[in-house]
Design a binder for this molecule. Structure first.
Ligand code: GDP
Ligand code: MG
Length: 306
C-alpha cells in the first residue's frame, strides 16, 4: 500500500472510549478535565453520591471521542453503602478503556493509595498516573514522589502536570488517545446533557427507595421522570417523577402511613438533587402500580435498559 493509502485509512477510522478519572478530592480532577475539554464541555457539575458512574465530560474531535467518567466509591470510607459504591467502582475499572489516576504532588502516598493500587494491579485496563500541581513543588520534591509512584504501580506511565497552567496536559491527552480503539461516536452534540440529568434524577429517587425500603421491594421498582423543567427566572428545577411498582401489595409500603414514606423519599432525594444541580428543586413523587413494567418497552427505554 502506498503511504497515502495508509493516511486515508487512518482518517476513516473513528476511535472512542470511556476513561475513568480517579483521585482524592481536591487533587485537581475537575481542573484537568476543564483543560482537556476546553470549549468542548458537555457537562461538568458537582458530583452526587450515586452508585452509577457519572459522565463528567465528553471530548469529541473529527476522529475521536473520549467520554470521561467520575468513579465514586474508590476514595471513600467503609460504610455499608460504600461497599456498593466500591463494587461499582471496581467493575468500572475493569470495563473502561483507561484510567487517569491523579495525585496532588504535595500529598503523601498512604494506605488508601496502596489499596487502590492493588485493585488497579488486578485489572488489564491501562492506567496513567498524573502528578498534578507541579507548579507548587520543587524538582527535588517531585523526584522521590515519582519513584514512589513507580513502586506503587510498576510499569505504569507517570506524567507530571500542572492542570492549572496547562503544562503536561497535551501529553496526557496524547496518551489517552493512544488507548482508544476503533469505536462509535457514542454521543452527538447536545444529545447527552438533558438525557443524563433526567436519568440521574431518576437514579437518585430509586436510590432512596432502595435505602429506605427493604427486601424485595427495590427490585420491583422503576422510576420515570414525567417532567423536568427549569424555571430559570425562579432558579428552581421542577421534577415530577413516578415510582412504578409491579405489585399492588407494595403500593402501601411505598406510600407509607399517611404518606410518610413517600415524603421521606422526596425529602432525601430533593437534598441530593439540590446538591447535584446547584439550584432549588421542586420535587413531586407519585406511586403507580404497573404490573407489567418490566415488559414495557417505553419504560425500559426511558430507564436506559431497552
Ligand atoms: P477535584 O476535587 O479533584 O476535582 O479538584 P479541583 O479541580 O476542584 O481542584 C482543587 C483545587 O486545586 C482548586 O482550587 C484548583 O484551582 C487547584 N488546582 C488544580 N490543579 C492545580 C494545579 O495544577 N496547580 C495549582 N497550583 N492548583 C491547582
Ligand atoms: Mg471536582
Amino acid at each position: 500500500m502506498a503511504e497515502s493509502d495508509f493516511k486515508n485509512k487512518e482518517k476513516l477510522l473513528f476511535r472512542s472510549g470511556y476513561i475513568a478519572i480517579i483521585g482524592r478530592p481536591n487533587v485537581g480532577k475537575s481542573t484537568l478535565l476543564n483543560r482537556i475539554l476546553g470549549e468542548k464541555v458537555a457537562i461538568v457539575s458537582p458530583k452526587p453520591q450515586t452508585t452509577r458512574n457519572r459522565i463528567t465530560g465528553i471530548r469529541t474531535t473529527d476522529s475521536s471521542q473520549i467520554i470521561f467518567l467520575d468513579t465514586p466509591g474508590i476514595h471513600q470510607g467503609h460504610s455499608l453503602m460504600n461497599r456498593r459504591l466500591l463494587d461499582t467502582a471496581l467493575q468500572t475499572l475493569d470495563e473502561v478503556d483507561g484510567v487517569l489516576w491523579l495525585f496532588d504532588a504535595r500529598d503523601k502516598i498512604e494506605q488508601e493509595e496502596e489499596r487502590i493500587a492493588e485493585m488497579l494491579g488486578g485489572v488489564e485496563t491501562p492506567v496513567l498516573i498524573v502528578l498534578n500541581k507541579i507548579d507548587l513543588v520543587s524538582k527535588g520534591k517531585l523526584l522521590p514522589l515519582i519513584e514512589r509512584c513507580a513502586q506503587l504501580l510498576p510499569g505504569k506511565e507517570i506524567v507530571p502536570v500542572s492542570a492549572l497552567q496547562g503544562e503536561g496536559v497535551d501529553l496526557v491527552l496524547r496518551i489517552v488517545e493512544g488507548w482508544l480503539l476503533e469505536g462509535p461516536r457514542y454521543f452527538t452534540e447536545g444529545e447527552y446533557t438533558d438525557q443524563s440529568e433526567r436519568f440521574l434524577a431518576s437514579e437518585i429517587v430509586r436510590e432512596k427507595v432502595f435505602l429506605l425500603t427493604r427486601e424485595e421491594i427495590p427490585y420491583g421498582v422503576a422510576v420515570t421522570i414525567d417532567e423536568f423543567t427549569e424555571k430559570t427566572e425562579k432558579n428552581v428545577l421542577v421534577i415530577i417523577a413516578t415510582i412504578h411498582t409491579d405489585r399492588d401489595s407494595h403500593k402501601g409500603i411505598l406510600i407509607g402511613r399517611r404518606g410518610s414514606m413517600l415524603k421521606e423519599f422526596g425529602k432525601q432525594a430533593r437534598q441530593d438533587l439540590e446538591a447535584l444541580f446547584g439550584c432549588r428543586i421542586f420535587l413531586e413523587l407519585f406511586v403507580r402500580v404497573d404490573p407489567g413494567w418490566t415488559q414495557n418497552p417505553r419504560l425500559l427505554t426511558e430507564m436506559g435498559v431497552g
